[in-house]
Design a binder for this molecule. Structure first.
Ligand code: HEM
Length: 151
């Protein structure tokens, strides 16, 4: 009886062990979003396209009036490290939290939508594949409540 129970337990543990190992392996082989979109250089290209779109946009360009090239590059670099960080890359984001960086600017819903359209246009330009595109757009959507201010 004891032998039977212990054999059954061992078999169950082995089966569970195999299942867990397979799940763990599956998780390990799924590359991060960061890797799937092409890593740091790909993200840098995205920001180098996206930031100038914002800066020159007729609706939201006003937020960057007075921001010289260096300030724009600072924002670009911070945003690059931010995206690197949230997509699972090896970067530490040392900029201000999204809410802190944008509070007081008064970015409204329509301006936010313009920003999202530019982001999507950038993803179109680089032909980011649909699954990665959806993850990036969802990640940006999560920032809305920190960036848009209710009047
Ligand atoms: C995709 C969503 C966005 C992300 C990830 C993002 C990210 C950032 C980051 C990382 C910074 C720099 C923070 C720091 O210096 O510590 C920043 C600053 C800034 N962002 Fe955004 N941003 C987004 C959308 C927008 C939009 C839609 C606008 C304008 C309508 C905007 C306007 C600004 C401005 C004006 C600054 C400079 C603030 C200052 O230092 O005075 N951002 N953003």
């Amino acid at each position: 009886m004891t032998t039977f129970v212990s054999r059954a337990l061992t078999a169950a543990a082995l089966a569970l062990g195999v299942t867990l190992t397979a799940a763990a392996q599956a998780q390990q082989v799924k590359p991060t979003l960061y890797k799937r979109i092409g890593g740091y250089d790909a993200l840098a290209a995205v920001l180098d396209d996206f930031v100038p779109r914002l800066v020159t946009d007729p609706l939201v360009g006003k937020y960057f009036v007075g921001a010289g090239k260096d300030t724009q590059m600072h924002i670009r670099q911070m945003a690059l490290d931010f995206f690197c960080n949230i997509t699972g890359g090896p970067c530490l984001y040392i900029g201000r939290p999204m809410k802190t960086a944008h509070t007081g600017l008064g970015i409204n819903e329509a301006e936010w939508d313009a920003g999202v359209r530019h982001f999507q246009a950038t993803l179109d330009k680089f032909k980011v594949p649909q699954p990665e595109r959806e993850e990036l757009v969802a990640a940006v959507a999560r920032l809305k409540t920190d960036i848009v201010e209710k009047k």
